[in-house]
Design a protein. Structure first.
Length: 397
């Protein structure tokens, strides 16, 4: 089912005939170029095909006028081990997300592990094990940043120092463990930040029995790096609280597929009203109660562009460059020196939109034609999206 993770990328690949180059950068979402040169898995040059062809012998991919953008980043998933989720008892779910254009995922906690340890030494051991396991194994080639411990009462600063020392860089959703109060959460989030770990929080009503309600006061006091699923998971806070969260801090505004769509649209518009669309990032929160959504990120993009009427070229940035910047990742942008994590996509066949941006603006899902991670083609025509009307082709291996 999976390509081996340790594959070596080709020395040089020229991608030509790009119809639309979407940078992932909100300050300049469209680039004036029709070709990318990839060397040893990294974007080496961006420009006109006739110029880049002089670099020397290369494999050639003809994009056939499809759009190329950074691979999508899912800011909120709950992996367990390998490519298996016990929550939905499903195998191969991460490989399915690859077919939805996702090249990077960030764990918000390995909470679905049956028998998950909640004692402090146990939760630390699980986080370190998950971090190691997903560093060593990329399902389908997808980069999964995992090892996100759930905060429990009794943790000390030394526990955070130990986790950081062991390579753990994330904190799972605050509120899924026994730490739910603002002051206590704030202290631990502060320790995490001091030791270089990123934090997120569960916002809104309980997602499943056993989960908790977290309101705006707790979120603002805890002050995590990301306002995790600001649109609820699925039960959302009232919109006046969502507005307070957007206005009351500068942290990431995460909108998820498993959340309340109406609240998601409200949060995105609030960010625009504040003049801060760079804070919007996207996730799925799968596989939570609503399930695995291989096309979840594409669906949130189509929701925000189609129903929310936000600029479709911005919506691409929410799923790529914004998330990479707020999460400290090196991917998420079409820029020289970045990893060649590339999504080739176009309007689906028979879409009323003439290109991918028009299709998104009409609420259609793009058709994925190819996905590359670190310069290696991991997926050709998606088995999940509607068929793309512009299929890329490898013309020279
Ligand atoms: Zn949650």
């Amino acid at each position: 089912m999976h390509a081996p993770a340790a594959q070596t990328p080709p020395e040089r690949t020229l991608i030509r005939n790009i119809g639309l180059l979407l940078s992932g950068d909100l300050s300049q979402p469209l680039l004036d170029a029709d070709a990318i040169l990839v060397e040893n898995g990294v974007i080496a040059a961006i420009g006109a095909a006739r110029e880049l062809a002089d670099a020397g012998p290369a494999g050639v991919i003809d994009a056939n006028s499809s759009a190329v953008m950074p691979g999508l980043i899912d800011s909120h998933v709950h992996p367990v081990f390998g490519d298996w989720t016990p929550r939905q008892n499903q195998l191969g779910w991460i490989d399915s997300f690859l077919n939805g254009g996702v090249t990077t995922m960030i764990s918000a906690g390995e909470v679905h592990l049956p028998g998950r340890p909640k004692d402090i030494v146990g939760l630390k051991a699980l986080a370190i094990t998950a971090q190691r396991a997903f560093s060593n194994f990329r399902p389908g080639g997808v980069k999964l940043h995992a090892g996100a411990p759930i905060l429990e009462q009794g943790m000390t600063e030394q526990d955070f120092a130990d986790l950081a020392e062991a390579g753990v860089t994330l904190i799972g959703e605050v509120g899924l463990g026994t730490v739910r109060a603002g002051e206590e959460a704030q202290r631990m989030v502060g320790w995490a930040r001091k030791h270089g770990m990123q934090s997120t929080i569960h916002t809104g009503g309980p997602s499943v029995p056993g989960s908790s309600y977290i309101d705006k006061d707790v979120v603002l006091e805890a002050d995590p790096d990301i306002i995790g699923h600001i649109n609820g998971g699925h039960t959302a806070l009232p919109v006046d609280q969502i507005r307070c969260l957007c206005e009351g801090c500068q942290r990431g505004i995460e909108i998820v597929h498993n959340g309340n769509e109406r609240a998601g649209l409200f949060a995105a518009r609030a960010a625009y009203e504040l003049g801060q669309p760079e804070r919007i990032i996207l996730g799925t929160d799968s596989p939570a109660g609503s399930g695995v959504q291989p096309l979840g990120i594409l669906r949130v993009m189509a929701l925000l562009a189609g129903v929310g009427e936000l600029p479709p070229e911005h919506v691409v940035c929410f799923a790529t460059g914004n998330t990479a910047r707020m999460r400290g990742l090196d991917s998420g942008l079409i820029e020289v020196g970045r990893p060649a994590d590339l999504l080739f996509a176009a309007e689906p066949q028979h879409s009323a939109g003439g290109d991918i941006l028009q299709a998104l603006a009409m609420g259609d899902l793009p058709g994925v034609g190819m996905v590359m991670i670190d310069g290696i083609i991991r997926c050709h025509r998606s088995r999940h999206t509607p068929p793309t009307s512009r299929l890329p082709e490898v013309v020279a291996p």
